[in-house]
Design a protein around this ligand. Structure first.
Ligand code: 3PG
Ligand code: CO
Length: 556
């Protein structure tokens, strides 16, 4: 049987306080004007790197196969990054599992597909999700395969509800993705399938909110997708995206909701009784809220007006604790026995904190896409409300200092053995593409790190500072030679997305034995090696199937 008991580490004592700091979107890259971390004043992070203490700073792989993504061309992201950090093992992630299920055709034999198929005879199949090839939440090629497969398995009427990206991919690429999709849909129509785009909107403004930051976002999606109502009406999606992008300050991430109308002025694809709905994103965080709206009979987050009787399935199950949604096309990775669960079983009291937009990262993702506590007596999770309605580049400091204050208080309070935070700035501001603001953001995150390290100094504790993936260290699209690419107006092409860069990891603090250092024999170490490392710093050996620890203890 499974034993939760961890062996004591042969050399490392139980530490009273370990701070685990995750800088979101903080990669390591060569210095250049578009490396906002380099440009920003970041004395604390610089000192961790240049301390002169050998072997307590290194890089860790945070993208591609190191975090369970299909290939090393896949940039890192917060879901897979925090999953790896918390679970200590590399799991084939949603992107990969969906690829496999589509390639083998198993997706069409599963319970989820059979469930939605029951509606194909008399109803419409609606596909809702992020339209891009970013590979973070969804992938266009998977949607294309699903469209083809669903029609071959009997779907006669299909409506796609698109969410434009510009965050995991370059802004403006929505146009080409819509063209590609329209082309596929017209091929389906030639085969006699009534297939159309029915509605759309920008991912940050329509449907894809997370951690209950703003239900209005989900409502705008509901109104367009289910009710067929939106402030903008177009005859086709290409025209919609092109026109809406012409508005001042418009970008793919924030396009307003629109609905496609037919020649009689009727919405072409509201969701009706007897229809099937699939949310085709594999990533969980931004699908939990819409999944609740589609699945829950009792629901008070906004007025749904109409709650159609549908068969709803997610591409994956998005929340393992809530079992939400109850139907899904592909089983999610089984991320069990995470470090958080082990540690509470071994008496480690844990405090976790971030602001709303990243709160689930250090809790839900960290714990293997599981909401809630393992043991309420041993854990406390604190969410600082994010500023709502203010773009992150306007308020680039975000709540970093508040998060750090909470962490400081938790450290000084002496009640918790692990104090874990996510500092969102590099990522959330990096995604806006605003370079000046991202520089301010990086400094704010650095200030927050300082406050936490000062508290660790005071209590004689240990710190681990790392990141989940890159973002702020590279803000332009570059060619193979590393030179910035220019658009047709001669401006550099801003990179709003994450990167393929490794992330720093630093350990230290007065509680760390002098002989502790990073090993030399795990040069390819990545985020999944951090969990065993942290367990060691708490004074425990990691379970034997965890990725190896990054540290060793010499006797001198
Ligand atoms: C988002 O959802 O904001 C981006 O697609 C990915 O960012 P994250 O992985 O840092 O959350
Ligand atoms: Co991000």
């Amino acid at each position: 049987g499974l034993t939760w008991k961890l062996a004591d580490h042969p050399k490392l004592p139980k530490c009273k306080t370990v701070a685990v700091v995750v800088l979101d979107g903080w990669g390591e890259a060569s210095p250049n004007p578009y490396n906002c971390i380099h440009v920003a004043d970041t004395p604390t992070m610089d000192s961790l790197k240049n301390k002169g203490v050998p072997d307590r700073w290194r890089l860790a792989r945070a993208h591609g196969t190191a975090v369970g993504l299909p290939s090393d061309d896949d940039m890192g992201n917060s879901e897979v990054g925090h999953n790896a950090l918390g679970a200590g093992r590399i799991f084939a992630q949603g992107a990969k599992l969906v690829d496999l299920a589509l390639a083998s055709g198993k997706i069409y034999e599963g319970e989820g597909f059979k469930y939605i198929k029951e509606c194909f005879e008399n109803g419409t199949l609606h596909l809702i999700g992020l339209l891009s090839d970013g590979g973070v939440h969804s992938r266009l090629d998977q949607l294309q395969l699903l469209l083809k497969g669903a029609s071959e398995h009997g779907a006669k009427r299909i409506r796609v509800h698109i969410l434009t990206d510009g965050r995991d991919v370059l802004d403006g690429t929505s146009v080409e993705f819509v063209e590609t999709l329209e082309n596929d849909l017209s091929k389906l129509r030639e085969k006699g399938v009534d297939a159309k785009i029915a509605s759309g909107g920008g991912r940050m403004y329509v449907t894809m909110d997370r951690y209950e930051n703003d239900w209005g976002v989900v409502k705008r999606g509901w109104d367009a997708q289910v009710l067929g109502e939106a402030p903008y009406k177009f005859r086709n999606a290409l025209e919609a995206v092109k026109k809406l992008r012409e508005e001042a300050n418009a970008n793919d991430q924030y396009l307003p909701p629109f609905v496609i109308f037919d020649e009689n002025g009727m919405a072409v694809g509201p969701i009706l009784d007897g229809d099937a709905v699939v949310t085709f994103n594999f990533r969980a965080d931004r699908m939990v809220m819409p999944a609740k709206a589609f699945e829950y009979e009792d629901f008070d987050k906004f007025d749904r007006v109409r709650f159609p009787k549908i068969h709803y399935a997610g591409m994956l199950q998005y929340d393992g604790e809530l079992k939400l949604p109850s139907h899904y096309l592909v089983s999610p990775p089984e991320i069990e026995r995470t470090s958080g669960e082990y540690l509470v079983h071994n008496g480690v009291r844990t405090f976790a904190c971030s602001e709303t937009v990243k709160f689930g990262h250090v809790t839900f993702f960290w714990n293997g896409n599981r909401s809630g506590y393992f043991n309420e007596e041993m854990e406390e999770y604190v969410e600082i409300p994010s500023d709502s309605g203010i773009p992150f580049n306007v308020q680039p400091k975000m709540k970093a200092l508040k998060i750090a204050e909470k962490a400081r208080d938790a450290i000084l309070g002496g009640k918790f053995h692990q104090v874990r935070v996510n500092l969102p700035n590099g990522d959330m501001v990096g995604h806006t593409g605003d370079i000046e603001a991202t520089i301010v953001a990086c400094k704010a995150a650095d200030d927050a790190v300082k406050m936490i390290l000062d508290a660790i100094e005071q209590v004689g504790g240990i710190y681990v500072v790392s990141a989940d993936h890159g973002n702020a260290e590279d803000m332009v699209k570059k060619n193979k030679k590393g030179e910035p690419l220019l658009d047709k107006n001669g401006n550099v092409q801003i990179l709003t997305s994450h990167t393929l860069q490794p992330v720093p990891i630093a350990i230290g603090g007065p509680g760390l034995l002098p002989g502790v250092r990073f090993r030399k024999d795990v040069p390819d170490g990545g985020l999944a090696n951090v969990a065993a490392t942290v367990m060691n710093l708490h004074g425990f050996e990691a379970p034997s199937d965890y990725e190896p620890t990054l540290i060793e203890v010499s006797d001198n």
